[in-house]
Design a protein around this ligand. Structure first.
Ligand code: AMP
Length: 113
């Protein structure tokens, strides 16, 4: 855990969030500013900056993130969803703890999260 990381604090239940799924590997919670009827952030428990670091340093957790994303979509939007990882400030990343945006519940055009 990183002491100054918002998402580490959510994973530790130190900051409130609407958690929809959690297990030993991942935590998933609703985005505070949803862009679609379903907009959930899936994070690894490990503090890694982005999806590439997750793959390199915590591959089991990245696999668990994919399973969690599918589970959330199965539960909430018929199993169909977009999974977005903004990587770097110019790509729109604002929180530097890896997170996949699970977006669904409506027809999706090209509308980056
Ligand atoms: P990104 O811009 O890809 O780094 O995504 C960060 C996401 O975190 C944004 O969609 C924010 O709306 C969301 N966010 C920021 N703070 C919180 C929070 N306290 N609880 C839930 N979602 C948050």
């Amino acid at each position: 855990m990183s002491d100054d990381c918002l998402f580490c604090k959510i994973a530790a239940h130190e900051i409130p969030a609407e958690i929809v799924l959690e297990n030993d590997h991942v935590v998933a919670f609703r985005d505070i500013a949803p862009k679609a009827p379903v907009h959930v952030l899936v994070i690894p428990r490990a503090h890694v900056a982005n999806v590439a670091e997750a793959a390199a340093q915590a591959p089991d957790q990245l696999a668990a993130m994919a399973a969690a994303a599918q589970q959330i979509a199965d539960d909430e939007c018929g199993g169909q969803f977009r999974w977005i990882f903004n990587t770097g400030e110019r790509a729109g990343q604002s929180v530097f703890h890896a997170h996949g945006h699970v977006i669904g519940g409506r027809d999706l055009d090209w509308n980056p999260a």
